[in-house]
Write a protein that binds this ligand. Structure first.
Ligand code: SAM
Length: 493
């Protein structure tokens, strides 16, 4: 019996290991391009592991965003591409697997993980991450690197403790598994490293099996995909050009404008990107403009537009003919929208700053053919890209953001022309922010109706759960981000 359990766990760990390997390859791809011509011979200012420890400590202690902190420190450190890849892997992997790692560490750290100094905790976590999830680094190397770093950052006592904990774990490796007899929520939370409250919430919404699939998918490395700027080229031509240069690409089955890039380096650093031939965007996110289906010459309102990915996609679909008002509450984000528009050569976008809750005071009733409300949300659909979201959000954040979403919908609803289309989208999988939100809106707005999802979706997406004119995309369906997209119309009075 126990042999079986261990067997299962080993299997899931080896799958996890191969997933991490893919993530590492992708990271070092990214590192290679990021490092660019500055791949240096001289000794780097800091090692990959020291950098990862500093980033993780800043995330935990100061609430820093892992991506910003990592990018800033990578720029300063000038690591080789391989080391930049390792540092990236250690930061994201350790954040993604934090629950599981701490569960294992807890048995070996005498005074408890919570009582450790933040940098020591981070050092132990990255070391356990390497031991469990990376098969390319020998265990003895993990221990000696950790001990050396502990000596450098602390003192002899700490390095001795680090040495003892890690060696003890390696000696007792058979203890590193999650008991299968635990209640489902607890087991999923520990095995796939998600907070218990989140797992319990998803089990209530989706059931155990789907919740486990969501959590497993959230630990996969995200795919790289680009959206072709159809005002400049076609998907076929773009794919041919990318293949000629050695990239491995395939056409997205979700979006007619999307290309999946299986290998080819950091797409945002290519001349194609600089010249505006494509944008880097997740496949689920590309479906939003598909649902809006803006037509040439129309007047479109994008209520919460920054940084402008979907605004630009809508402008491309309109062949840059018509008028899109791209609004965002943050003045500094207007620049981001303008940069996108300029890079992509799109002139029909008018970027404005203001609270979307005031849009009904700024524009006359029934003045737009299309409205996109890509609402601020809890972001629980993009955990693969931003694993910190798991640990930084709470159930009360979902309640707070839901009440803003409700107000936003009410405020922009009168601005749509009868017969027009309003798309409400989020990058979360929380029903309170998604189908329940739309059901509540429809119950209070008899002038609105849900539209058939099959009119805008691709054959691939037709089997996905469709409720109230909306499609709930879960991350395991097509290995794309979790999104909700609802398409509503205002009936002609
Ligand atoms: C999900 S993001 C939008 C992403 C964007 N649609 C894209 O595709 O690039 C939500 C945006 O809403 C903005 N936002 C938050 N509250 C807002 C409000 N009250 N009014 C207008 N914009 C708001 C945020 O600044 C953020 O940029």
């Amino acid at each position: 019996m126990s042999g079986n359990k261990t067997g299962n766990n080993n299997k899931s760990q080896s799958n996890d290991k191969s997933q991490s390997k893919i993530r590492a390859n992708r990271s070092s791809d990214k590192g290679a391009r990021n490092a660019g011509s500055s791949t240096r011979m001289q000794k780097p200012k800091v090692s990959a592991r020291a950098l990862a420890v500093k980033v993780l400590s800043a995330v935990e202690q100061d609430g820093a965003y892992s991506n910003l902190e990592l990018n800033r420190r990578l720029k300063e450190a000038e690591l080789s591409s391989a080391d930049a890849g390792l540092a990236t892997e250690l930061v994201y992997g350790t954040i993604a697997r934090r629950n599981t790692i701490d569960y294992y560490l807890e048995r070996f750290v005498a005074k408890g993980v919570a009582k450790l100094q933040p940098w020591v905790r981070s050092l132990l976590r990255i070391s356990v991450y390497q031991i469990i999830y990376l098969d390319r680094i020998p265990e003895h190397a993990v221990v000696s690197e950790a001990v050396n770093l502990a000596k450098k950052l602390g003192h002899q006592g700490i390095s001795g403790m680090v040495n003892g904990v890690l060696r003890n774990m390696i000696r007792n490796r058979e203890q590193l598994h999650i008991p299968s007899h635990l209640p489902a929520a607890e087991r999923i939370s520990l095995e796939h490293s998600h907070p218990l409250w989140m797992v319990e919430r998803w089990i209530r919404q989706y059931g155990e099996e789907t919740t486990e699939a969501i959590c497993r998918a959230n630990n996969e490395p995200p795919a790289v995909s680009v959206r072709v700027n159809t005002t400049m080229t076609t998907r076929e031509k773009m794919m041919e050009e990318m293949e000629r240069s050695g990239a491995v690409v395939e056409a997205s089955r979700l979006s007619p404008d999307g290309i999946l890039v299986r290998s080819g380096g950091n797409m945002a650093l290519t001349s194609w990107y600089r010249d505006g031939l494509f944008s880097v965007q997740d496949e689920s996110s590309m479906l939003v403009a598909e649902a809006v289906a803006p037509e040439e010459g129309q007047r479109v309102l994008d209520c919460c537009a920054a940084p402008g990915g979907k605004t630009a996609h809508m402008a491309e679909k309109m062949q840059d003919r018509g008028h899109i008002i791209a609004n965002d509450v943050h003045a500094h984000k207007r620049e981001l929208i303008l940069e996108q528009a300029e890079r992509l050569g799109l002139g029909c976008i008018d970027a404005v700053t203001g609270d979307a809750l005031d849009l009904n005071k700024r524009y006359p009733e029934a003045s737009f053919d299309r409205i996109l409300l890509d609402a601020p949300c809890s972001g629980l659909g993009v955990i693969r890209r931003k694993p910190d979201v798991k640990w930084s959000k709470s159930a009360s954040d979902i309640e707070d953001i839901s009440s803003l979403q409700r107000e936003l919908l009410d405020c922009v609803a009168p601005l749509l022309k009868p017969g027009g289309i309003l798309v409400y989208s989020t990058c979360t999988i929380e029903s309170a922010e998604n189908e329940d939100m739309v059901a509540d809106f429809l119950s209070r707005h008899p002038e609105y109706q849900a539209m058939e999802t099959s009119n805008w979706s691709q054959p691939e997406t037709r089997s996905w759960q469709a409720v109230n004119g909306g499609v709930q995309i879960l991350p395991q369906y097509a290995h794309s981000d979790g999104f909700y997209i609802a398409r509503l119309t205002r009936t002609v009075n």
